[in-house]
Design a protein around this ligand. Structure first.
Ligand SMILES: [Fe+2]
Ligand SMILES: [Fe+2]
Length: 249
């Protein structure tokens, strides 16, 4: 069973994108921006899991969710501290340009979490897949961070927690839904797949939109500019004498 696995290996998709991740993380300014955004995602996720602890009626889950939320808040602090340390060394964080946010999102996808109205089993299935995705991505991020040992150490430390989150959520899902846990996992998987599609489609739409606007700027605008200049050249300068009858309405 999945829960027996103590560590998560990166998915094939994340492994294929390793060179892209290496390039994205190689730039210090981009690294700072991404760490700050990751910090926000972790803190927001912690807040949602805290809410899950409030509304669950299962005492064991409440305790585990509380520990989980504390971990996520700590991750947020770790990411922000690392970003601040990088900013001190390289304060020129003005325009990091392309960040590939839709290619290397902030780990979990916990930002998609909707706590109220979710059953314990749906919540656990969602959390398990989110933590699994986080463990997979953070493994890749850690591995491409050869040039930045402190950031690599941050990912290493967080990865340890994410692996624990991934395992406990599956163990608890099996406890809460011994017979139906696979169905819950598949439903959560399909939901995540749809959200991933939307994220990729939004990213692609942004790139295509920029390309179309650039093409329009260089192809459509010059003829209009030329026509406007030609019309301006034909205009007489100064006052123009109007014939007596022409001014009558
Ligand atoms: Fe986390
Ligand atoms: Fe986590």
């Amino acid at each position: 069973m999945d829960s027996a696995r103590p560590h998560e290996r990166p998915t094939a998709f994340d492994r294929i994108l390793t060179p892209v991740h290496r390039w994205i993380w190689s730039d210090t300014d981009r690294r700072v921006q991404k760490l700050l955004r990751f910090g926000e995602t972790e803190t927001d996720g912690g807040r949602d899991i805290l809410r899950a602890a409030e509304i669950t009626s299962d005492p064991l889950l409440r305790r585990l969710y509380l520990e989980h939320a504390i971990d996520e808040f700590r991750h947020g602090v770790l990411f922000r501290h690392r970003a601040a340390a990088l900013l001190k060394v390289s304060p020129s964080c003005s325009n990091p340009g392309f960040q590939g946010g839709w290619l290397s999102p902030g780990g979990h996808g916990l930002d998609d979490l909707q706590v109220d109205g979710e059953s314990d089993s749906d919540m656990l299935a969602f959390l398990h897949l989110s933590e699994k995705a986080a463990a997979s991505r953070f493994t890749v991020y850690r591995d491409v961070m050869q040039h930045d040992a402190p950031t690599r150490a941050v990912f290493e430390e967080i990865l340890h927690d994410e692996t624990f989150h991934m395992n406990y959520t599956l163990t608890q899902l099996v406890r809460v839904e011994p017979k139906q846990h696979r169905r819950h996992l598949w439903r959560a998987r399909l939901s995540r797949l749809w959200k991933t599609y939307l994220r990729l489609a939004t990213g692609l739409a942004g790139i295509l939109g920029s390309m179309l606007m650039t093409i329009q700027y260089f192809v459509l605008l010059p003829p209009f500019a030329w026509l406007a200049k030609r019309a301006a050249r034909r205009e007489h300068s100064g006052w123009t004498i109007v014939s007596p009858g022409a001014s009558e309405s």
